[in-house]
Design a binder for this molecule. Structure first.
Ligand code: PLP
Length: 460
């Protein structure tokens, strides 16, 4: 791993002033930010980042669910350098291609497991998860046009889902705060409730019974719209940005039964859940369902360079290729040679170090044991993990599951205590969530648990 470096000559105060004057950040209240100044992150190594004050911080969010292989991977920088010197860019429009993109498409096709003979032999590249979900909308509707059912336009998603920030991505997402800005959702996108057992189960209802009931909200919605008008259902295997909402075991099999019954396409948005995060290369494998399209981004390069895309299953690809002629869609950076070369090297690291396997069989189960212990904390209503994502629900009253008043912003308080102790943990309402690098050791899990416990005690 690299030694830390301190490349900047500007002081923290100077950087903050320039930041405030010129940089519009995503999802940020700029007046609030200007008052305290942005935290300047200067460098990173292993599972830690450092700020401009020299503070070392354990990054339990992998940047933003990205850095699955951990920070400081010199070989990824070397590969990027070599590829930039050889071919920094060329487009993949106009009947051209490049070797890293070809190799990556073939590698992903090989890594993506077939389920019941349904295979993924094709990949469409983009630069982000949002763009990839825009591609999904275009592709799903194009598929139905070509199938002679152009009335199938509606895409069903879920409340509190996150599918990106473009017009289509934010519309597919179920975040009401995003819909409230910019006249969203766009037409023909609708939402059902999320499978959030802790909040939505009836008193005494088992996880299994709730999972079936939650999946049947999809069937109700299909029947309300008319099955002949529904193009696709899109969902994250485990809802990430919505607060790590892990569905009961009965949920996905029932969803599969329903999409099969009505013939609608199933889109698995694995921007967070793929590449070892849940202990498998792809999360549909873990839950055993059969998507037609799979969105990926983030950890395909461990976040070292932007890259996203869609795995296109044979059902859709064959129709697009055989009947479709030109698909009028694509991005300048589709199949970017440097991004694809870095992705290949990142997948080499993951394979060599068996990162999905260690999450599945070693550190994932250990994280689950550690989180189980948080259930006895007076502030914690529930604690759950799935592979290397985890969430704690903070509640005012454990027995009745009574939530804290919203204006107490207890999650934000806990997050501030985490940061004070040198830990990045994210707050989504009253849910405290993590998604650490998959390289994290058992000793580092213990180190993180001490910091979480301290923050919970301070929040109490
Ligand atoms: N889909 C999911 C499930 C995500 O979690 C995200 C981002 O967090 C996106 C899509 C959007 O990806 P991007 O921010 O790369 O556009």
């Amino acid at each position: 791993m690299n030694a830390p470096v301190h490349p900047h000559a500007l002081s923290t105060a100077e950087l903050q002033a320039l930041d405030s004057a010129h940089f519009l950040h995503p999802f940020t209240d700029h007046k609030g930010l200007a008052a305290k100044g942005a935290r300047v992150i200067t460098h990173a190594d292993d599972i830690y980042v450092w700020d401009s004050e020299g503070k070392k911080i354990l990054d339990a969010m992998s940047g933003l669910w990205c850095v699955n292989a951990g920070y400081g991977r010199k070989e990824l920088a070397d590969v990027a350098h070599a590829q930039m010197m050889k071919l920094p860019f060329y487009n993949s429009f106009f009947q051209t291609t490049n070797e890293p993109a070809v190799r990556l498409a073939a590698r992903l096709a090989e890594l993506a497991p077939a389920v019941d003979g349904r295979r993924f032999q094709h990949v469409f590249f983009s630069s982000s998860g949002s763009e990839s979900n825009d591609t999904n909308v275009r592709m799903a509707r194009r598929y139905w046009d070509l199938m002679g059912q152009p009335q199938r336009k509606v895409i069903i998603s879920r409340h509190n889902a996150y599918h990106g920030s473009t017009m289509a991505g934010a519309s597919l997402g179920g975040m009401s705060a995003m819909h409230a800005q910019g006249d969203l959702p766009i037409p023909n996108i609708t939402h059902i409730q999320q499978p959030y057992y802790y909040e939505l189960a009836e008193p005494g209802e088992s996880q299994d019974a709730f999972g079936l009931r939650a999946a049947r909200w999809l069937e109700d919605k299909i029947l309300e719209i008319g099955p002949e008008k529904v193009a696709a259902f899109i969902a994250e295997p485990v809802q990430g940005a919505g607060g790590v909402i892990i569905p009961p075991a009965t949920y996905w099999p029932e969803i599969q039964r329903i999409v099969d019954k009505y013939g609608i396409l199933l889109i698995s948005d694995e921007v967070i859940c793929a590449f070892g995060r849940l202990g498998h290369w792809f999360a549909y494998e873990k839950f055993g369902y059969k998507p037609d399209l799979v969105t990926f981004a983030k950890a395909v390069t461990s976040g070292y360079i932007p890259l996203g895309g869609v795995l296109v299953g044979d059902r859709v690809a064959q129709v697009l290729i055989d009947k479709g002629g030109e698909f009028n869609h694509g991005y300048t950076y589709s199949g970017h040679p440097v991004a694809c070369a870095v992705a290949l090297a990142n997948l080499d690291i993951m394979e060599r170090e068996n990162l999905p396997g260690r999450v599945r069989d070693d550190v994932g189960p250990y994280l689950a044991e550690v989180f189980e212990q948080f259930k006895s904390h007076p502030l914690v209503g529930d604690a759950e993990t799935c592979g290397f994502v985890a969430g704690l629900v903070l509640v005012q009253d454990k027995a009745t599951r009574k939530a804290f008043p919203e204006d107490w912003a207890v999650g934000m308080m806990c997050r501030a205590h985490c940061f004070g102790n040198g830990l990045v943990m994210r707050a989504v309402g009253d849910r405290m969530i993590i998604a650490p690098p998959l390289t994290m050791t058992r000793a580092q899990i213990d180190e993180m648990a001490v910091l979480i416990k301290k923050a919970l005690d301070l929040t109490l």
